[in-house]
Design a protein around this ligand. Sequence first.
Ligand code: NAD
Length: 330
Amino acid sequence: MRILVTGGAGFIGSRLSKYLLENKSEVIVIDNLNDYYDPAIKQANIDMLSTFDNFTFYKGDIRSVQDMDTIFSNHKIEMVVHLAAKAGVRPSIQNPQLYYDVNVMGTLNILETMRKYACRKMVFGSSSSVYGNNKETPFSEAHAVDNPISPYAATKKSGELLCYNYHHLYNFDIFCLRFFTVYGPGQRPEMAIAKFTDAILNGQDIPMYGDGSSERDYTYVDDIVHGINCSMKKLRGYNVFNLGESSTISLRALISLIEKNCGKDAHINKLPSQAGDVRITYADISKAKKLIDYKPSTDIETGIANYVKWYKENKQQSNPKTNIKIKHVK
Ligand SMILES: NC(=O)c1ccc[n+]([C@@H]2O[C@H](COP(=O)([O-])OP(=O)(O)OC[C@H]3O[C@@H](n4cnc5c(N)ncnc54)[C@H](O)[C@@H]3O)[C@@H](O)[C@H]2O)c1
């Protein structure tokens, strides 16, 4: 299959692309390598993917009609896995226009380009943040998600609505996957597990927002790649699926687990809860288990051990190789 992965230089996109390339798909990636976090990390991901013959990279922007046109006219794309986005809840409160522009207008531009080139299959990376402060747990796809509590969450819900609209009007097959906090080797450096590991190993303070009782359903990145792959295989009609582990850990217990794996105590700096943060995320994954054969297999104890091991082995590795040819759209 010839698959366009948007945001394929990022954390989840690069792991998914590697899996697809290893399984003989042709993968085309578009990513603008923006500096939300160190672009050298994204460049290193592209360098790793560029070792595969069946890989093509475009440095471009999903909001650009011309960039999307170039890709779809150069390749007969059969399916899009749309992961490019401005991620992160707290920064979205500082810059809501940019989040709207990339996550909503960018998604619309991709859907429009797909319509133009008669490509009608998309897997869309949505987020558990659409559940906001949902009272009922675990969060089910049947629950109403009409009360987003951050601009980021509102853009993800808007993306799901656009996807439904293209399914309704043009018969696209689209699955929207609500990822529950994804972690693991290669994860975004500004996310909690990465920041905590870094701070503990370097003897720095950990900012702990709230009293440590907030709970998260953390999902190991290989389980997310597995869930995306299950969706690609079963893609038909329109549907929404939670992809999580369906198990929660409190912030305080998470810090203890990282301390144990690092072999060092954390210096905790207690700070007030942040606007936009939710009290709990907890996925009901029975629908994904039943309809797409999703079976997450890495619990948080194993996943954190893997992450800390990876961190210790790779933390020096921020110098990307520069000897690999990269195709530029412009
Ligand atoms: N990591 C998580 O915990 C998590 C949870 C829920 C949902 N998601 C969603 O999953 C997707 C991937 O997340 P991630 O953690 O890999 O994030 P990431 O930031 O590592 O990856 C996103 C990629 O998109 C690229 N990008 C951003 N704007 C772009 C634009 N205008 N044009 C082209 N490329 C652009 C970035 O450069 C980046 O490489 C995102 O849609 C995110 O919202 C992630």
